[in-house]
Design a protein around this ligand. Structure first.
Ligand SMILES: [Zn+2]
Length: 203
C-alpha cells in the first residue's frame, strides 16, 4: 500500500477557511465577499465576513465598484436600531421576519452568513419601495447580536398582530409596526374600560 500523503493534506487544510460554521474554500470566500458588496455591505464588513485579505478585498472592491470605498467606521448599537420610534425599527422588524423565515431557530445558535444574505435579498424584494431601507451592514449586525447572544438583544412577540420583532426588553409586547400605527392614528390598540364600566366598578 502507498504511504499516505500527510503533508499534502495539511497544505490543503491551510487553504480552507471557515465561513458560516462550514468550511469553504478561497473561491467561496471571494464569492460571498462579492455578494455582500453587491448588496451594499461596507468593504470592511464584507472582508470580515468572508475572511479574505485586506489587499484582495480592496482589489476586488475597486474592480466591482469602479472606485475605492468610502472611509468611516460602521458603529451602531442594538438600541440605536430598534429603540422605540427609531426610523430603522420597522425595517429591522421586517428583516427579522425574513431572516426567521429563512433560517428558523438557528438564528439564535449559529452564524448564518448565507442565511443573512438570502434573507436580506427576500427583504429587499418585498420592501424595496419602503421609505426607509435597512442596510445590509445593519441587517448583519442585528443577526450577529442574536447568534452572539448579546445582552441587549431581545426578540419579542407582538400581542396585537403576533409578529416577531427585535426589542429592548424581553417582556415587550407591542411590535414597531403596531406602535407606529397606534401613534399615527392616536388610537390605543389596548383594550380600555369604557367610562360606563369604570363607573359601574367604582359605584
Ligand atoms: Zn404588532
Amino acid at each position: 500500500m502507498p504511504p499516505l500523503f500527510k503533508g499534502k493534506r495539511s497544505i490543503q487544510k491551510c487553504k480552507e477557511r471557515t465561513v458560516s460554521g462550514g468550511v469553504v474554500n478561497q473561491v467561496d470566500a471571494v464569492k460571498i465577499y462579492i455578494e455582500y458588496i453587491r448588496y451594499g455591505a461596507r468593504r470592511s464588513t464584507a472582508q470580515r465576513i468572508s475572511g479574505i485579505s485586506t489587499m484582495q478585498s480592496k482589489q476586488i472592491y475597486l474592480e466591482l465598484m469602479g472606485e475605492p470605498p468610502k472611509g468611516g467606521r460602521n458603529t451602531t448599537t442594538w438600541k440605536a436600531i430598534v429603540g422605540p420610534g427609531h426610523q430603522l425599527a420597522i425595517p429591522a422588524q421586517k428583516f427579522l421576519g425574513a431572516y426567521l423565515t429563512q433560517c428558523g431557530e438557528r438564528i439564535y445558535s449559529s452564524k448564518q452568513i448565507y442565511g443573512v444574505l438570502e434573507a436580506y435579498k427576500a427583504y429587499l424584494a418585498i420592501h424595496s419601495q419602503d421609505p426607509v431601507i435597512l442596510s445590509l451592514d445593519k441587517a448583519y449586525f442585528i443577526a450577529s447580536c442574536l447568534w452572539d447572544g448579546a445582552e441587549e438583544a431581545h426578540v419579542s412577540s407582538c400581542l396585537h398582530c403576533a409578529a416577531t420583532f427585535p426589542s429592548l426588553y424581553p417582556m415587550a409586547d407591542q411590535c414597531h409596526v403596531c406602535a407606529h400605527a397606534e401613534s399615527a392614528s392616536g388610537f390605543s390598540l389596548k383594550k380600555r374600560r369604557s367610562r360606563a364600566s369604570v363607573r359601574r366598578l367604582t359605584a
